[in-house]
Design a protein around this ligand. Structure first.
Ligand code: PGA
Length: 253
């Protein structure tokens, strides 16, 4: 059985006080209401991580993730946060290659491969994002594009390390737009990604990898997305900023 995961990416939202209050709300509602076995990951901005980790101490259901890490190990990289620093906190997950970072910060597939290596070396699970633009979809090259992203940033890994990765398929045209991929479009891509992984790593590894869908997931559409055979959860942006909605998405399993 693949792990079911719902991760909330807060992006650059919430000051520390707001972040702590959102975290406690999520922790309390989750304890009261959640009975399924989905793993919950809260991914706040860097400056919240330490304080949120204190709130989450001992919590078996909810884990902490970071939104990014540096592609270098340490040194003179002003403004960056290393995988090693993240590992000095109870950070278990880290997003790699979110489309906003690829677009605004020009992160390349090669840099992302370095980030993946550094995170794995620290025992942190990368949540590797991939996805196509609407123009690429219009040309019908969405699967080739996404497979190229996987190949260039992940396929250097051996099977044991690759098996530790979580993939998040996030079509760029669906992120923050309110437009969700249809269940057919999403399932087709997830299946294509899994087949591509099967060809490189074999059936056992491919069947064990959690592939999350991201892009305008909300309580109203989570159920039908999560019911798809190859969709193992979601990476949630906007809808993770309200505890009630976020928990309702997790309940959709
Ligand atoms: P969204 O963002 O849910 O606001 O569309 C998803 C993401 O960017 O991870």
């Amino acid at each position: 059985m693949r792990k079911k995961i719902v991760a909330g990416n807060w992006k650059m939202n919430k000051n520390l006080e707001e972040g702590l209050s959102l975290s406690s709300e999520i922790i309390h509602i989750a304890a009261d209401e959640l009975r399924n076995d989905a793993k919950i990951v809260i991914i706040p901005p860097f400056i919240h991580l330490y304080a949120v980790s204190k709130l989450m101490q001992g919590n078996q259901k909810i884990s902490l993730g970071a939104q990014n890490c540096a592609y270098k190990e340490e040194g003179a990289y002003t403004g960056e946060v290393s995988a090693k620093m993240l590992a000095s906190l109870p950070v278990q997950y880290c997003i790699v290659g979110h489309s906003e970072r690829r677009e605004y910060f020009k992160e390349s597939n090669a840099e992302l491969a370095e980030k993946v290596n550094l995170l794995l070396a620290e025992g942190i699970t990368p949540i590797f994002c991939c996805g196509e633009t609407s123009a690429q979809r219009a040309q019908g090259i969405q699967l080739d594009w996404v497979c190229g992203q996987l190949k260039e940033s992940l396929f250097h890994l051996d099977s044991d390390n690759f098996a530790k990765i979580i993939i998040a398929y996030e079509p760029l045209w669906a992120i923050g737009t309110g437009v969700t991929a249809s269940t057919e479009e999403a399932q087709e891509m997830h299946e294509g990604i899994r087949n591509f992984i099967t060809a490189r790593y074999g059936e056992t590894v491919a069947q064990s990898i959690s592939i999350l869908y991201g892009g305008s997931v909300k309580p109203e559409n989570a159920k039908e997305l999560f019911a798809c055979k190859d969709i193992d959860g979601g990476l949630i942006g906007g809808a993770s900023l309200k505890a009630r909605g976020f928990i309702d998405i997790i309940k959709a399993f």
